[in-house]
Ligand binder design. Structure first.
Ligand SMILES: [Zn+2]
Ligand SMILES: [Zn+2]
Length: 456
């Protein structure tokens, strides 16, 4: 019997997405249309004008990403594995273990992403698979990633994902045993009253899970030890490994103590409709509450839900007049101010840090304090955004308070680039805005950029 959860290859959907070209059939499919309609409801609930240029096509982009990101339901492991089992003799019995018989094979660092079934946000998965071939046949190495993808491209939970990959390989390849270790990273939910300002956690909840079958069923066996040693070579710290079944909640939306009850029932049913359009069974117990948890995330980015108080700060008139006079002024930097934002093109998080530099009098007096700068950063972060615009808006807002000369650098990781498979994990985007003296004075600019480098 096939492991449960394997669907049928949907040619229509697959072909519709080939090479990034969307054919009309995909656009007109009722599931695609239903998701788009639901996303429009969500955008309106956020206070957005759905005809605004930047977000006009967002409903379609979200529908495409979600359907593509959950296409694993329609893929069959069998289709990838059966044509890729190769005969491999291995060593003669009694001589040793290798190749097609007895020797451990480990495939490491397979990057995937999946959707969290608790909150509908994507999470990153770095997958490591070990197996011991038997029957004098081996699986083509590229197929391990394919098989992982079949199960990652769904609404998932880390432990179930590890178990799914493990049992599918065991079933279709029939080796002596399979071991799977997943390093999963889930974005934190932003909360102004929590410790998310503490940049040490880098914005992620991390979890290491494992699953083993056959010869790997006993996790205290030498074989497991060998597998883990081969992961340690790659700098993977296996000390925090959660053994089978020992994982509880990991999604920050579930852990978060602050209760959120969405008042907008139209938005709740919009998210439910998205889940249904992805082929999910809403009565599945893991999905109870997913719509409201997703909304809890989303409502952090409601248009203008933060107040920015700028009155009473900044230079007086006499100071502004001295603009351009550089002598007696020093470069002041506010570095590594964290921010959270949501990409308005894909409704996915991007987050990182902002660095700000400006000139101020040499007398030790700074016209604006760190907390004011941070609140400006949050004000422009917590909304549907694009990074370039956010950087400019921060510069424009702070510039009059500091006499006109300002430089703003934003560094961010975009989950929309990673989850859509365009960028690798850990890639980041930097944007820069310069005003006043910084737009012409290269040495001032490089002085500031050097100070960022020194701080990190
Ligand atoms: Zn989650
Ligand atoms: Zn995006």
């Amino acid at each position: 019997m096939e492991p449960k959860g394997e669907g049928h290859f949907n040619l229509e959907l697959e072909n519709g997405m080939k090479n990034g070209c969307i054919d009309l059939a995909f656009e007109r499919q009722p599931e695609t249309l239903a998701i788009q309609e639901a996303v429009r409801v969500l955008l309106q609930g956020l206070g957005e004008d759905i005809n605004r240029e930047g977000i006009k096509k967002t409903p379609f982009r979200v529908a495409k990403a979600l359907r593509e990101g959950t296409r694993g339901y329609k893929l069959k492991v069998k289709d990838f594995v059966q044509s890729a089992l190769f005969p491999e003799a291995g060593l003669d019995e009694g001589v040793g273990q290798a190749g097609g018989v007895g020797g451990l094979v480990v495939v490491r660092d397979l990057d995937h992403y999946s959707y969290c079934e608790s909150c509908l946000l994507p999470f990153q998965v770095r997958c490591h698979i070990g197996y011991v071939p038997s029957g004098q046949r081996v699986l083509g190495l590229s197929k391990f990633s394919r098989v992982a993808d079949v199960f990652a491209k769904r609404l998932q939970d880390p432990q179930r994902l590890a178990d799914d990959i493990c049992s599918a390989l065991q079933h279709w390849v029939k080796p002596s045993g399979v071991a799977v270790v997943l390093q999963c990273s889930h974005i934190h939910f932003p909360s102004l009253d929590m410790n998310f300002l503490d940049s040490s956690h880098h914005g992620f909840v991390k979890l290491l899970v494992s699953s083993g079958s056959g010869a790997f069923e006993d996790e205290s066996s030498d074989l497991w030890g060998e597998f883990l040693s081969l992961l340690k070579f790659k700098g993977i710290n296996t000390h925090n490994l959660c053994r089978n079944g020992s994982v509880k909640e990991w999604c920050p939306s579930v852990k978060s103590s602050s209760k959120f009850s969405p008042s907008d029932s139209e938005m709740v049913s919009a998210v439910s409709s998205i889940l249904r359009s992805l082929g999910e069974d809403l009565s599945r117990k893991e999905l109870v509450g997913t719509p409201s948890r997703f909304l809890k995330w989303m409502m952090s980015f409601q248009n203008a839900n933060l107040e920015m108080k700028l009155g009473g700060f900044g230079y007086g008139e006499t100071d502004t007049k001295s603009k351009g006079e550089v002598k007696g002024r020093r470069l002041h930097s506010e570095l590594n101010l964290p921010f959270w934002s949501m990409c308005e093109h894909h409704l996915l998080p991007f987050y990182g840090v902002v660095h700000i530099g400006y000139f101020c009098p040499d007398d030790g007096y700074t016209p604006i304090g760190e907390s004011l700068v941070q609140s400006v950063v949050h004000f422009y972060g917590f909304k549907l955004q694009v990074q370039e615009r956010m950087t400019r808006q921060i510069a424009e807002t702070l510039s009059p308070l500091v006499g006109g000369d300002i430089i703003v650098v934003a560094e961010a990781g975009h989950s929309c680039m990673i989850s859509r498979g365009i960028e690798k994990f850990g890639s980041s985007t930097a944007t820069i805005a310069v005003m006043g003296r910084f737009s012409t004075d290269l040495s001032a600019r490089s002085m500031f950029l050097d100070s960022i480098q020194k701080s990190s």
